[in-house]
Ligand binder design. Structure first.
Ligand code: ZN
Ligand code: FE
Length: 257
């Protein structure tokens, strides 16, 4: 028995990660999102865990597409953002911004992080220094703004930045290598970034996941968290611009990269 939340991570689809979380005390198991049912089932079998919950970050197919099949097979309960109650298949329990709930013996706090989608939520297990951030923040990147504005996304990222530096961020995609290649184009003098880029390149050569990351590392190397950085501003010719303007420009460049 352990008083730690157990996390089991595995690749799904072409570049998603699946996550199972397990409370050994109460015997609960949740999947964070449902990217690929057979792979999630295989992970459950491998660990010998029975699925009791699905916790969704947002409605996209690579996150909620397996909800109904898994619910049908396991009778699990589906937890997701209230704002997306009409878009998340099979949702049972709706959660609002800032709401705290228990996953077995662990406290979770949910935060609404609009930007990638209007309903997106992230889940912070504060006592465990762990967060599941879906498609809001990636290693050296952030989610595309499919539904939200730069202003909303920056606010969402600021919320994540308010957590402790050692927080482990479980991002839902392995986009790291292309994110690093882009990051260097706007923050090329950043020594931490240069070092990390070569680290992640060798990790990916060996098919090693670059997720989870830490907030501390992201603050140093993720250009989307660095819209107040003078070197980036100089590179963009935006010394006098607002953080939102700088963030929007970086996002725009990444979309065209
Ligand atoms: Zn998405
Ligand atoms: Fe996704």
């Amino acid at each position: 028995m352990s008083d730690r939340l157990e996390v089991f991570m595995f690749p799904c689809l072409s570049d998603n990660y699946g996550f199972l979380i397990h409370d050994p005390i109460e015997g609960l198991t949740a999947t964070i999102d449902t990217p690929e049912v057979p792979v999630i089932e295989e992970a459950l079998n491998q660990k010998g865990w029975a699925l009791t919950h699905i916790i969704n970050t947002h409605h996209h197919y690579d996150h909620a597409g397996g909800n109904l099949e898994l619910k049908k097979k396991t009778n699990c309960k589906i937890i997701g953002p209230l704002a997306d109650k009409d878009r998340i298949p099979g949702i049972d329990i709706t959660i609002e911004h800032g709401e705290k709930f228990n996953f077995g013996s662990f406290d979770v706090q949910a935060f609404h992080t609009p930007g990638h989608t209007t309903g997106h939520m992230v889940y912070h297990f504060k006592s465990q220094n762990i967060a599941f951030v879906g498609d809001t923040i990636f290693v050296m990147g952030c989610g595309r703004l499919f539904e939200g504005t730069p202003e909303q996304m920056l606010k969402s990222l600021d919320l994540i930045m308010s957590w402790p530096d050692e927080t482990l961020l479980y991002c839902a995609h392995e986009y790291t290598q292309s994110n690093a290649e882009f990051a260097i184009t706007v923050d090329g003098k950043n020594k931490d970034l240069i070092k990390r880029k070569s680290e992640v390149e060798s990790m990916r050569e060996g098919s090693i996941p670059t997720v989870p990351t830490t907030l501390d590392l992201e603050k140093k190397t993720n250009p989307f968290l660095r819209s107040d950085d003078q070197e980036i501003r100089l590179e963009l010719g935006m010394l006098e611009s607002t953080r939102t303007e700088v963030f929007a420009e970086i996002r725009n460049r990444k979309d065209q990269f």
